[in-house]
Ligand binder design. Structure first.
Ligand code: HEC
Ligand code: HEC
Length: 380
């Protein structure tokens, strides 16, 4: 905040317009010529490219935290331990972090991630980012809150495996309920009694407490410190000329339609849309939830934050690279059922495609992904 004010004061006193930076080597040095733009909406230039800031908000909207689950440091820390704990699966080989790994943008690099015993569902592991800012969770919005979502993967027979799958013979023979087996697994960890006590007042393990702790941890997944964010706040040297060209294309409604769906500080309208891009028809998308045939093929618009690390793409992982995704938008299959009317062939050169991909890669937020409070606390 102080730096921003300093920049504003310096900017005003220098009264610079269209000043060209000398070299991009010291992007955050305070002795640099101040940026004249600071989201005033006036065009600026860098490396000879004119651009305009203020199109994408520099901060996320406020988060809706449910009254029943106010965060505390102890709850968040417990949530982190549970998120990465392989005892959370029937086979003790899979955790939430297996499919949502920080170095992979809290997603995975395969079309469909294996759960217990290599079992496969049919959806691409979603990127976990700015999780406190959605109203519906999952590709088709099956869950209304993070608290409601957390037990989902635990009691899913292909993910963490609890939930009595008749085919899962090893565990089907156990007379105890799956919940009791899960609590017994967690009871083996000597750290947990104190952690549950610090978070919830007593040592008892319950599904509600597990869900609340994980949800509290997930609300700390706040990504707004990527190189693009620095650029967007006025440090024009934070991204290179290719990415700035990509930003211009991405935000130019006459050249592309990207902003009509990937908008706001989290690059999503939080709506269910059909971009006609997926290759499979295994999932009906939003229609699986609503039963409405007009919703067939609609999926929640994914955030583009950290998308540089989360290939392959789409709900089915059917598109291999960012460039392939953009080429698909350039040449969409307009015959797809329910395709969104905003999808139209785009007049983009190969260089344009590469530049838009370069721009999306500047949304990779290492400060967020590497922040100590989000890492695996176990040695496994
Ligand atoms: C086997 C891989 C796998 C495991 C294990 C797994 N997930 Fe996921 N995760 C997915 C997939 C696939 C989706 C998309 C599912 C859907 O759309 O219904 C997803 C979606 C999510 C979402 C929704 C994100 C959003 O923006 O809507 C959250 C939150 C999440 N997972 C958290 C977790 C937590 C917490 C755990 C552990 C309790 C976990 N996941 C375990 C694969 C996995
Ligand atoms: C009509 C709304 C809409 C428009 C316009 C649109 N997108 Fe998308 N985008 C989506 C939806 C919905 C998905 C997910 C579709 C799926 O999973 O099948 C998506 C997926 C993506 C993905 C993959 C993200 C991931 O995590 O899998 C990228 C990258 C992307 N869009 C970039 C763009 C770019 C660049 C443009 C402009 C050229 C654009 N989108 C235009 C709605 C849109």
């Amino acid at each position: 905040m102080f730096r921003l004010i300093l920049l504003l004061i310096l900017g005003a006193s220098f009264g610079l317009t269209g000043c060209k930076e000398a070299a991009p080597s010291t992007p955050t040095g305070t002795n640099q010529p101040p940026d004249d733009d600071n989201n005033t909406g006036d065009p600026d230039t860098y490396e000879g490219i004119t651009f305009k800031l203020g199109v994408i908000p520099t901060s996320l909207p406020s988060m809706n935290i449910p009254q029943i689950n106010q965060p505390t440091a102890a709850k968040i820390e417990l949530g982190r331990h549970l998120f990465y704990d392989k005892r959370m699966s029937t086979t003790r080989q899979v955790s939430c972090g297996s499919c949502h790994a920080p170095e992979k943008g809290f997603a995975d690099n395969v079309a469909v991630s294996p759960g217990i015993q290599g079992r496969m569902g049919n959806l691409n592991a979603m990127t976990l980012v700015n999780l406190g800012h959605y109203e519906d969770y999952g590709w088709n919005g099956r869950f209304k809150s993070l608290e409601e979502h957390a037990p989902g993967p635990i009691f899913n027979t292909v993910e963490l495996g609890f939930g009595r799958d008749p085919n899962f013979v090893e565990y089907y023979g156990d007379p105890d309920s799956d919940t009791i087996i899960l609590f017994r697994n967690l009871g083996e960890e000597p750290k947990y009694p104190n952690m549950f006590k610090d978070a919830f007042g007593t040592t008892d393990i319950t599904i509600e407490r597990i869900a609340h702790a994980i949800a509290a941890f997930e609300r700390t997944f706040v990504s707004i410190t990527s190189p693009f964010d620095e650029f967007n706040s006025g440090t024009k040297t934070a991204i290179d000329g290719y990415a700035i060209r990509g930003y211009n294309l991405f935000t130019d409604a006459t050249k592309t339609n990207c902003l009509s769906c990937h908008n706001g500080a989290n690059f999503t309208d939080n709506q269910f849309n059909n971009n006609g891009a997926s290759k499979t028809t295994k999932n009906q998308g939003r229609a699986d939830r609503t039963g409405n045939s007009a919703d067939i093929g609609k999926f929640r618009t994914p955030s583009l934050r950290n998308a540089g690390l989360t290939a392959p793409y789409m709900h089915d992982g059917s598109i291999a690279t960012l460039e392939d995704v953009i080429r698909r938008y350039r040449n969409p299959d307009l015959s797809r059922t329910n395709i969104d009317p905003r999808i139209r062939p785009l007049d983009l050169t190969d260089q344009d495609v590469a530049d838009i991909a370069a721009f999306i890669k500047t949304l990779t937020d290492k400060k967020f992904l590497q922040s100590p409070g989000l890492q695996n606390p176990w040695n496994n």
